[in-house]
Design a protein around this ligand. Structure first.
Ligand SMILES: Cc1cc2nc3c(=O)[nH]c(=O)nc-3n(C[C@H](O)[C@H](O)[C@H](O)COP(=O)(O)OP(=O)(O)OC[C@H]3O[C@@H](n4cnc5c(N)ncnc54)[C@H](O)[C@@H]3O)c2cc1C
Length: 391
């Protein structure tokens, strides 16, 4: 006889969105709450921004809190990669280059900050850059920093690692389950109608990345978020035995990183206009492909032998001050936000999952994470998009 397992439709916590943030939150909550958690994903795990990301994990940031979050996240990913066959972290280091004196001042200020929180980041003169990365052309470079611990990871695999662990702890993952309608009385609990089901939950945790402003509207809240488009492209194999670290050329506003089989991924093309997550150009544009290959050629002369084979675009989500929104919403009191990750969502995901579960389980309070308080802006008319991965 075939046994029928009845699936429950009431949960304490529903996570909306199965990107790197939703999956990390699921894992961290599952350690205490397991079967009390359901994750609802519109399409499939990592099908949004996370799966399109370059997977760079860099501690060379401009503020103490984010540097600490990335450091913690790298440690978590390193530990998992030691435990899991087939899941690896690539610790090739990242070189940050600048071509103006003004940027050198900012780099030096950041190095002091990064060193003060225990990160191994070194300031390099151009001739030292040549020693560290002989393949990189430095004739116009005025100063640089290098962090040997900066790493990269396959962002899809990272999501799967979180999801696998969360599922083993009892979290139910429902893919192809877009939340289309939400009923919420007095700020919660919630009745969520998805493409497959109707579920109830006491608390809803919004992890919908670039869709968050739209989903927020469905929940009756106006969130200060703007999704913006950014592009990457990948080359044919050309590196041979040559090795490069990841490179972020700040002045020329692009980055590149080694990929498997002697290829290189290069990206940026960040746009300062808002995009619609349900209607944006998913292919990289011709202008971007032309300019990124020129920039790459200037910095990595060996790329003369390469062609770009594929380019794509995805969305990051800006907030007015480049910091995320993490915490309960002041109007919809059972609505928890974990959104606005800008271009730093993958590199902070393990640490952000922990912050979310600490706040929800009241191990910490919002005052411990004041800078992420989602209610800090009040009413926002408009704001400028400033990308996160810069000085
Ligand atoms: C080209 C590119 C390169 C990048 N490179 C880096 C990098 O090197 N390092 C780094 O740290 N960050 C990088 N980023 C940024 C990073 O990808 C994001 O910050 C991060 O993926 C955000 O994760 P998320 O879980 O918040 O959003 P997402 O991954 O977009 O997840 C949101 C999920 O919500 C789902 N969803 C939406 N609406 C609904 C609904 N109504 N019901 C149910 N589910 C719904 C979506 O399908 C999606 O899967 C890059 C981004 C891009 C586009």
């Amino acid at each position: 006889m075939v046994s029928v397992v009845e699936l429950k439709n009431r949960y304490s916590f529903s996570i909306i969105g199965g990107g790197v943030i939703g999956c990390s939150v699921a894992y961290h909550l599952s350690e205490e709450l397991g079967e009390e958690v359901v994750l609802l994903e519109r399409d499939f795990i990592a099908s949004g921004s996370s799966g399109l990301s370059a997977g760079i994990l860099s501690q060379q940031l401009w503020n103490e809190i984010d540097i600490g979050l990335v450091k913690k996240s790298i440690d978590w990913i390193k530990k998992v990669s030691e435990e899991e066959e087939g899941f690896g972290i690539h610790q090739d280091g990242l070189l940050k280059l600048v071509c103006t004196e003004m940027e050198v001042e900012l780099l030096k200020r950041n190095v002091d900050l990064q060193n003060s929180v225990g990160c191994d980041v070194r300031y390099l003169e151009p001739d030292e850059v040549e020693e560290t990365a002989p393949e990189i052309a430095v004739s116009d470079v005025v100063g640089a920093t290098y962090c040997p611990d900066d790493s990269y990871v396959d962002p899809y695999q990272l999501c799967i690692q979180f999801a696998k662990r969360a599922e083993a702890n009892g979290v139910r993952f429902l893919q192809k389950s877009q939340v289309n309608e939400v009923e919420m009385k007095n700020g919660g609990p919630f009745r969520l109608r998805t493409t497959q089901d109707v579920l109830e939950s006491d608390v809803a945790i919004l992890c919908t990345g670039p869709w968050s402003k739209k989903v927020g509207k469905m929940l009756g809240v106006d969130l200060p978020l703007k999704p913006y488009r950014t592009q990457v492209a990948i080359t044919t194999p050309f590196m041979g035995d040559a090795v490069i670290p990841m490179v972020h050329d700040v002045t020329n506003s692009f980055y590149m990183k080694p990929e498997t089989g002697g290829t290189v991924l290069a990206g940026n093309g960040t746009e300062d206009t808002e995009s619609d997550p349900d209607d944006f150009k998913e292919r990289a544009g011709f202008d971007f492909m032309t300019s990124i290959s020129e920039k790459m050629l200037g910095r990595l002369p060996r790329s003369e032998k390469a062609s770009l084979v594929r380019g794509w675009a995805g969305l990051c989500t800006a907030t007015p001050d480049r910091r995320p929104l993490i915490g309960f919403h002041s109007e919809a009191k059972a609505l928890f936000l974990a959104v606005g990750m800008n271009a730093l969502g993958v590199m902070r995901a393990p640490a952000i999952g922990e912050i979310v579960s600490d706040l929800i389980l009241e191990r910490k309070t919002q005052s411990d994470f004041q800078e992420f308080d989602p209610n800090r802006f009040g009413e926002v008319e408009d704001f400028e998009i400033v990308q996160g991965f810069t000085l």
